[in-house]
Design a protein around this ligand. Sequence first.
Ligand SMILES: Cc1cc2nc3c(=O)[nH]c(=O)nc-3n(C[C@H](O)[C@H](O)[C@H](O)COP(=O)(O)O)c2cc1C
Length: 245
Amino acid sequence: MTKPVGDDFQKETKYFRNMHLSKYLDWANKPDTYKKYPKSQKIQLPQKFPEKTLDIFEILKNRKSVRSFSTKEVPLIYLSFLLWASTGIQRKSKHYEFRTTPSAGALYPIETYVIANRVEELESGVYHYNIESHLLEKLKIGDFGQNLIQGALEQEMCGTAPIVLIWTGIFLRSKWKYGQRAYRYVYLDAGHIAQNLAISATSIGLGSCQIGAFFDDEINKIIEINGIDESVVYMSVVGYPKFRF
Ligand SMILES: Cc1cc2nc3c(=O)[nH]c(=O)nc-3n(C[C@H](O)[C@H](O)[C@H](O)COP(=O)(O)O)c2cc1C
């Protein structure tokens, strides 16, 4: 029988009223907020966003999981909007650059990788979203559809969608402040990001499906991360729905 590790996790990461919650933060060793690929080729993302979006009531009425996509390419301006809307920088203060989604302690442990299959002006391949500069960093070129399908438990939409987003957690960013309780927050942060993605996709006539079923290390291998310091936590597919809403 496997150890009930989830039950233990829930129990072991509880806050109790009489426990000592350290207020000390080691600022000298605060992990970097931004992951960057300095040697990668940079692709500027349009700063202009789609002009027409649905209103919030229509968005909430229309959002649903979309798993079949048309062959139509997604404009780069749409991808730019989706990345900003899900995890882009929205306002700045002296010490923090705040984003479109909330994050526990404003520590922002989630990274975004884009697998582009049918995006206008973008070669098919794997990219990292550089949040600080709102641009894409090209990691490798090619068709990774089959790897994604296999890695996501044979879910075909991972090979047929124009865009697959892979969200990873860099756990230390959050553990630096919250210790083991950070693991709760990393997953909550990813949920906020995915929901922003889902509603912003709906707002511009695209559909998305959120994906939690995958062989973690097979997905980690595609984006070349070690699965310990950084690991996939959530994914989404995005594109024009094959069938009308
Ligand atoms: C955490 C999470 C994981 C999910 N994983 C998958 C998945 O791996 N494959 C899939 O087809 N749908 C997945 N979904 C989508 C759900 O099946 C879907 O949201 C649910 O059936 C409700 O349908 P709706 O989104 O159309 O309202 C996931 C949703 C969530 C929130």
